[in-house]
Design a protein around this ligand. Sequence first.
Ligand code: HEC
Length: 165
Amino acid sequence: MKKITTAAWLLATTTFMLATALHAETPADKPAKTVHGEYKDWLTLSVSHRLDKHLVRSVLGNDIAIKAARAGKTKPWPDGTIFAKVGWKERTHPNWPQAVVPGEFAGAEAMVKDSKKFAETGGWGFGHWEGDKLVMNDKEKSATCFACHTPMKDNDYVYTVPVLQ
Ligand code: HEC
């Protein structure tokens, strides 16, 4: 009888511990899993924190972008360059509220360099990822992207200064 009680107690304790552990793994403050595009294998050029929209971002580059950044050949960036600006809503770390860390995924935008194809918009095509698919924006939407990147004309329309190459 005693054995059974001990076994039952052990089972109850284990179940409780497991439930607690499972709960710790799925709290509301943990960002949901997201399908990302090929940029998840790219290297970091820089990060940014947008104060007005409460977003944190990582700006990543494909191989061509990283090579150009390392060689300092970014004016202009070579054809074939692709940037990904990947954003998350900001949140404070649940165990360390002084730290701002990524929360819910907010989206991934792209700039693709092809000086012939996108000649009208400074050689840059503007797009975004839908799941793991890169979708280029239509002309109208690209024009609004390009307009806001125009102040950076002398920097090949690019805001990001590579800090990790
Ligand atoms: C209101 C101004 C504004 C608009 C509109 C805008 N951008 Fe940007 N973009 C920025 C700024 C500022 C940065 C610098 C990094 C940041 O803000 O996080 C940037 C950075 C980027 C980057 C990383 C390369 C770089 O230039 O630093 C990509 C990729 C990008 N934007 C894509 C887009 C796309 C695609 C659109 C249109 C859907 C767009 N942007 C519209 C202001 C803008």
